[in-house]
Ligand binder design. Structure first.
Ligand SMILES: [Zn+2]
Length: 59
């Protein structure tokens, strides 16, 4: 789960609009909070794993 530090909104990666990578080779990226439109730094690889395991749990 991704949490916005500005407003406290929590959600999955796909809810946060992708802005751009923090650096070219980094796995972190900036995404936009759907609630307050603040910038959130997201670890893309970690969140991808988390989303996949969530999908598995749902079946
Ligand atoms: Zn927010």
């Amino acid at each position: 789960m991704i949490k916005c530090e500005s407003c406290g909104y929590e959600g999955v990666k796909s809810e946060f609009r992708y802005l751009y990578n923090t650096t070219l080779d980094a796995e972190t990226a900036y995404r936009e909070c759907p609630k307050c439109y603040g910038w959130v730094v997201v670890n893309e690889l970690e969140e991808e794993k988390a989303e996949k395991s969530l999908q598995k749990e749902k079946g």
